[in-house]
Design a protein around this ligand. Structure first.
Ligand SMILES: Cc1cc2nc3c(=O)[nH]c(=O)nc-3n(C[C@H](O)[C@H](O)[C@H](O)COP(=O)(O)OP(=O)(O)OC[C@H]3O[C@@H](n4cnc5c(N)ncnc54)[C@H](O)[C@@H]3O)c2cc1C
Ligand code: SF4
Length: 286
């Protein structure tokens, strides 16, 4: 069995609040104009853009240093470790896991008991996020919910209640502009402590701009992202090509689980399907 499917594997940064840099919400922050052109052609990272949402906000002004796909890209994550975690990852013989997974205190394989109905696996992510909010540790939680019209289409949500957090359960298997809510967060004086649920490329960009958000504490519940499709339309094309039927009214998490199984058992085809996604999404974009 491939390592990536021994999941849920969560990159939990809950022990690293931003409280070292206490800031206030600044009303007078400068506002660059968000990108309005077509995706991905108008976005700085072009065809490498993961639609993380940063460029849909005024924080596009920091894109050159924040984007996981520009200049030194994701290799900049290591340079952030000391600031975010208080130390860099260890590279000696005793700590080879950190070379692979990054800085951690404990690594556990966990499941939620009872499991969350409709979650991706057992709902560890949703449960932890909901408990953080219920315990009053944060003012809001960012999740990838779905649009009202389409349960497969990811839509970032700023959640204030446990019910809203639970509404984000299940992976919607296409790129989600999770950071597109950054201006709302920076402008909202009631959000001082935030828990962010999202995938790695968006977390890197978030960590790059966190000092400008006026937050007192920022926590991250990061899920890794292996296979994704550029759009919900491409997801449906992929499922069609794989011969998997997922009705619109079924929960999005199921489609990702089905797709994962198909991908695991047909690795060779996965490569050609991935290429198909790219070709088809380009065709759709043009
Ligand atoms: C796009 C994507 C592809 C993935 N591919 C794989 C894979 O191939 N193999 C594998 O083992 N694991 C994959 N994962 C990670 C895996 O899905 C998580 O480990 C799992 O969601 C955790 O299970 P859970 O029951 O705790 O999730 P839940 O409690 O159901 O929580 C799911 C979380 O994912 C977030 N989410 C939903 N859709 C998106 C999205 N499009 N972008 C960002 N965040 C989102 C929600 O906000 C929620 O916080 C992928 C995750 C994503 C987002
Ligand atoms: S910061 Fe995000 S939205 Fe902007 S180009 Fe990079 S991946 Fe795309």
């Amino acid at each position: 069995m491939h390592m990536q499917y021994l999941l849920p594997l969560l990159l939990v940064e809950l022990g690293s609040p931003l409280s070292m840099v206490a800031t206030t919400k600044s009303a007078g922050r400068s506002r660059a104009r968000p990108i309005k052109g077509p995706w991905p052609a108008a976005y700085p990272a072009k065809e490498h853009c993961s639609n993380c949402g940063l460029c849909d906000t005024s924080f596009v002004s920091q894109v050159v240093d924040a984007c996981a796909f520009l200049r030194d890209g994701m290799s900049r994550a290591e340079a952030m470790e000391e600031r975010v975690h208080g130390r860099s990852r260890r590279y000696d013989d005793q700590h080879l896991d950190e070379a692979h997974f990054g800085v951690f205190e404990n690594m556990v394989l966990a499941r939620s008991v009872p499991s969350v109905e409709g979650a991706q696996w057992t709902g560890v992510t949703t449960t932890m996020a909901a408990q953080f909010l219920a315990a009053g540790r944060v003012d809001a939680v960012v999740v990838a919910g779905a649009t009202d019209a389409d349960p497969l289409k990811p839509m970032p949500r700023i959640c204030r209640t446990v019910e809203e957090v639970r509404g984000g359960r299940g992976v919607k298997p296409s790129l989600c502009p999770s950071l597109s809510v950054l201006d709302q967060i920076a402008d909202d004086p009631t959000i001082k402590r935030l828990l962010y649920c999202g995938v790695g490329c968006s977390v890197q960009a978030l960590r790059a701009v966190e000092g400008s958000l006026g937050l007192e504490e920022l926590y991250v519940l990061g899920t890794h992202c292996v296979d994704n499709s550029p759009s919900v339309e491409a997801t449906r094309l992929f499922l069609d090509a794989a011969g998997v039927s997922v009705a619109d009214d079924e929960y999005a998490g199921r489609s990702q689980r089905v797709a994962s199984v198909v991908l695991t058992t047909r690795t060779v085809l996965r490569i050609s399907w991935s290429a198909t996604w790219v070709r088809r999404s380009k065709a759709m974009a043009s």
